[in-house]
Design a protein around this ligand. Sequence first.
Ligand code: 5MM
Length: 339
Amino acid sequence: MSDLENIAKQILAKGKGILAADESTGTMTKRLSSINIESTLENRLKFRETLFSSQGMKDYIGGVILYDETIKQKTSSGKSIPDLIKSFGSIPGIKVDTGAKNLAGSNEEKITEGLDGLRERLAEYFILGARFTKWRAVYNVSEKYPSDLAIKSNAHALARYAALVQEAKMVPIVEPEVLMDGEHDINKCFEITSKVLKECYKELKIHNINLKGTILKPNMILPGSKSKKKSNKTEIAKMTIKCLKENVPSEVTGIAFLSGGQTEIEATENLNEINKINDSNFLMSFSYGRALQQSALKNWGKNIEDIDNTQKIFNHRSKMNGLSTSAKWNIDLEKQLTN
Ligand code: 5MM
């Protein structure tokens, strides 16, 4: 097994998934202002250190995606943040895109930037302890979008990113996110996600990517958040698996879904259902941001010194998602906040 495949397998080892804590300062400021906490360097670190030193890290979190600010920070006891993560047997990762900007030629759409100087930044992140990276492309769904231009240019950028990351001996997470916003139904999400994934894997192939040394971070196949037609968990799971089987080469080591605006319970329940009926060779796990952090953040906002309860809530969410990676979650377990 290659080193890269080994890292990907360690991150998604049985019962484990990824904590996406790579909010850029703007996004983190929004999250903190929702709980009336000032977005200072100290507060952003304090919340993240609280999560990263939780016991749930040990059993359920195989990797943590960090933001540039955080990977360079030290904990209150002087340990570096990557070392803290490693002390739980988890692997530090880093978001390396510099954000989604307006796409020239189709201004209502986005292109993710960050390729300039990436080779040099990757070398620096490797020294800081990162062993995997993330790059997120976003696609709006409407009658005319996403355009071919957005699909092709984002796939090309994702592939150039992945090639540079593998050259730097790290595992690239490839994240093409078809956004949930909109009135579209689940079939439209299936159709667009299929198109997006096809193009991504076409470009990854052209760029000679070792697919075994990658992780795909896709959206689940869901109706738009304003859709009049709701879908149940079985339909969501079936269509998600079908879409991945049809469009993702079987060499890809693992799939770690984003939560994309689902509630915490929805994200857990849908992953559990996917694993219940998963008949593909893919490991199906999570790489959640909001769906792992929301309740913990809310509790922390009530009293930022209440580390114990915030960690308890985070441990519980991590455990619930860990269970859903092997279809062992159920709603009764949700009520047992024991950790
Ligand atoms: C944690 O949020 C990440 C993005 O932050 P920016 O928009 O500030 O760059 C985001 O990429 C995240 O990793 C994924 O969307 C998954 O998070 P969710 O909340 O959708 O599970």
